[in-house]
Design a protein around this ligand. Structure first.
Ligand code: HEM
Length: 430
């Protein structure tokens, strides 16, 4: 069972999580104002800027923020240094604020500089969590997933900076599109999907009250996903389609084992009903097979006229179908957990306190997942058919769904401001 005893002060993750939600909101408004970013060739300044507002501003910030409490709590090892989180937060926020406008203006010096700030922050996070992991009583598959996520994060960011510098001085050899695809796969699969899969093996059993024990197949899943990604990135960078396809199959086999783990957890659960947050998360997992299929078609179709739209649809489905809904589903759990422990933890037994579930609105949760699903279908149809109307309609519905989610974030945060704890003395460990 998880205990909040090991968690760092709530404000440490909260800054990242709220910044991530603000970036997601900004990106969704942008999509509505400029739906044309999703039509036509995708390596264009505005499209790349929007992509990084989402991947760096939203997804990376939220993953980093979630790692601060989840790693110490799930692995029963206190955070090595709370103090190091402060320069990390400043570097990351400044880096994102610099990098997105630099992409927008296609100013590669700004991209490399902003990227350098983000990478330096990520190095601090990696050092901090590596020291934390070194003290965990048992280095299991969840710790392995966190460690590999951090490694991919550094590599994806370093490659991004190298790609930006290459546009000013020759640095990376060969076709830039290959590096771009390798970079995007390292980021999406190595950071987001890897972390979501690994950490969910610890969190999901807790949320549905199921016993889950790590077994050899859990390690096989991690090995296939990460080994497959090493080969996939190499295959893409070397331009070997055969290697890319074989390694893609290895990654897909890793997903297959993960699906078996999730099915076993759900079968063993003692909490029969699944709340809308969990359904959103499971819906994101269900989007993995069709997205992989889209990726295989995009990789094998060659230079057919539909190829650019398929590649864009594949990247889009990975972000809007898997990564963002999974993050939203997990945030419904993590955010109330953090706020509850900070505000109500000291009051338990002394006065009535709400449950985590009472801190968010289920109808708003259902509205978010329904609107996201319809919006995703419209947006994908618009991208594949190169039609503005479904893209604009999908962007409007997506924004509406997101506003429902932001409403729930505000509901959870209301407790933070409304009810300061009697003696708001959180542990502040240097
Ligand atoms: C230090 C941080 C980063 C820097 C400096 C950076 C740099 C770049 C550059 C220069 C490009 C355009 C390449 C070209 O046009 O040839 C690009 C594209 C891309 N990057 Fe990053 N990147 C960073 C982090 C990430 C992360 C963490 C992800 C996570 C998934 C990511 C995902 C992508 C994607 C999906 C594209 C393609 C976007 C599109 O075509 O619209 N990047 N990146």
């Amino acid at each position: 069972m998880l205990s909040a005893r090991q968690a760092p002060p709530t404000i440490v993750p909260l800054r990242f999580l709220l910044f991530g939600v603000a970036c997601l909101l900004a990106a969704s408004v942008w999509l509505l104002v400029e739906p044309g970013v999703l039509l036509g060739p995708y390596v264009r300044p505005h499209t790349v800027a929007l992509a990084h507002l989402l991947v760096l501003g939203c997804a990376t910030s939220i993953c980093m923020g979630a790692m601060y409490p989840v790693v110490p709590v799930a692995l029963d090892s206190p955070l090595h240094s709370v103090r190091l989180a402060i320069p990390h937060t400043i570097l990351h926020l400044l880096g994102v604020i610099a990098v997105v406008p630099a992409f927008y203006a296609w100013e590669m010096r700004g991209v490399a500089t902003g990227g350098g700030l983000i990478l330096t922050g990520a190095v601090l996070l990696t050092y901090n969590l590596a020291r934390t992991l070194a003290r965990t009583p048992r280095f299991g598959v969840v710790a392995g997933s966190v460690a590999t996520t951090l490694a991919w994060m550094l590599l994806a960011m370093a490659l991004g900076i190298a790609m930006a510098i290459s546009k000013l001085h020759p640095l990376l050899p060969g076709d830039p599109m290959r590096w771009l695809h390798a970079h995007a796969h390292l980021g999406v699969l190595g950071i987001f999907v890897n972390l979501i899969l690994g950490v969910s093996l610890k969190l999901l059993p807790m949320f549905v009250l199921a016993d889950w024990r790590e077994r050899p197949r859990s390690w096989a899943m991690l090995a296939m996903l990460n080994g497959g990604l090493v080969l996939l990135a190499s295959g893409i960078a070397l331009g070997s389609r055969a290697l890319a396809i074989v390694s893609g199959l290895l990654v897909a086999a890793g997903f297959g084992i993960y699906a078996m783990e999730i099915a076993a957890i759900l079968r063993a659960r003692r909490r029969a009903a699944l709340d809308p947050g969990l359904i959103t998360f499971l819906g994101a997992l269900a989007a993995i097979p069709p997205t992989c299929a889209l990726g295989f078609v995009a990789a094998t179709i060659g230079q057919a006229s539909l190829a650019p739209a398929l590649r864009l649809a594949y990247a889009f489905a990975a972000l809007f179908g898997i990564v963002i809904p999974a993050i939203v589903g997990m945030l419904y759990k993590i955010l109330p957990f953090l706020v509850w422990h900070r505000v109500y933890g000291p009051r338990v037994g002394r006065e009535p306190v709400p449950t985590f579930a009472q801190m968010v609105s289920p109808p708003l949760q259902t509205a978010t997942s329904t609107l996201f699903l319809v919006a995703l279908a419209l947006l994908l149809a618009g991208i594949l058919d190169a039609q503005m109307a479904p893209v604009a309609g999908g962007a409007a519905l997506w924004l509406l769904g997101l506003l429902c989610f932001v409403g729930n974030v505000a509901r959870a945060m209301r407790h933070w401001w409304r009810s300061p704890p009697p003696a708001a003395r959180e542990r502040t460990k240097p």
